[in-house]
Design a binder for this molecule. Structure first.
Ligand code: NDP
Ligand code: 8X3
Length: 252
């Protein structure tokens, strides 16, 4: 019987690319995201290759998350792996000028939503006794940058939560990986800049960024490694991206 993978944020970017990658390998898919029309389009595209179940779901809604997992129909009820991908950055202002509603939304989605989905799905994975929880952190989990304030902090949560999960899951056979991409072109910057596509395009101008397919391929590799191998953390940058020296503010 084919394995089932549960993907949050499957309506765009990395999540949609993961859906396509796992479908191509014959996995069954549970695809979630808030945009029902996108989920329906993706299901129509992929259902010739595999079984697809979609749930229009906001990961911030704790009861809806649990209800969606409890109501999984039989062919999807046995979950092998989970990709906790739903997430977003909003704004790039310095902390002292940020909009608190944007901070709330990032914390509620990237931190609380990811925790709700994990808590709902884990018992099913433990029943299977193998599989992988893949959490989308970011280079921002470890590397600070101006305007990264709460976004980076939510991703530091994702990274540390992943490591702590590994401790709790010891002996269950369930693996956990924190995926930490750098510059990657998706709808991420369009969302970050409130729909300003021109400003978003500037982020990638003159670069060859990572693509959602690059990330999906890495995740597929992590999930399909032999059962005794756990990738704790995978930091991925495009070749054009590296680090800068520390910034020093000088008077005068
Ligand atoms: P996209 O904006 O292209 O996709 C984000 C996905 O998250 C969408 O499917 C969106 O679906 C979903 N989502 C957002 N909020 C919610 C919510 N409240 N409930 C359910 N789903 C939600 O971005 P990426 O694919 O680039 O990002 C995916 C993940 O990777 C994010 O966690 C992001 O922080 C992380 N990341 C991205 C990087 C990048 O440079 N692109 C680099 C490092 C990490 P919908 O709107 O339909 O709900
Ligand atoms: C997305 C990458 O550098 O914009 O997590 O934070 S970055």
């Amino acid at each position: 019987m084919a394995n089932t993978i549960f993907i949050t944020g499957a309506t765009a970017g990395f999540g949609a690319a993961c859906a396509r990658r796992f479908a191509a390998a014959g996995w069954n898919l549970v695809l979630t995201g808030r945009r029902a029309d996108r989920l329906a389009e993706l299901a129509a595209e992929l259902s010739p290759q595999c079984k697809v179940h979609t749930v229009a779901l906001d990961v911030r809604d704790r009861d809806a998350v649990q209800a969606a997992v409890d109501a999984l129909p039989a062919p999807f009820a046995t979950i092998h792996s989970l990709i906790n991908n739903a997430g977003l950055a909003l704004g790039l202002q310095p902390a002292q000028a940020c909009d608190l509603d944007q901070w709330d939304q990032m914390i509620d989605t990237n931190v609380k939503g990811l925790a709700y989905v994990t808590r709902a799905v884990l018992p099913k994975m433990i029943e299977v006794g193998e599989g992988t929880v893949v959490n989308l952190a970011s280079v921002a989990a470890k590397w600070p940058y101006p305007g990264g304030n709460v976004y980076g902090a939510t991703k530091a949560f994702v990274r540390q939560f992943s490591y702590n999960l590994r401790c709790d899951l010891s002996g269950t056979g369930v693996r956990v990986t924190s995926i930490e991409p750098g510059l990657a072109e998706s709808e991420f910057s369009i969302v970050r800049f409130g729909g300003d596509a021109a400003r978003a395009a500037k982020v990638y101008e003159g670069t060859e960024p990572l693509t959602p397919d690059d990330i999906a391929e890495s995740i597929f590799w992590v999930v399909t490694l032999p059962k005794h191998v756990n990738i704790n953390c995978l930091e991925i940058m495009p070749t054009c991206q590296s680090w800068s020296p520390f910034h020093i503010h000088r008077e005068g």
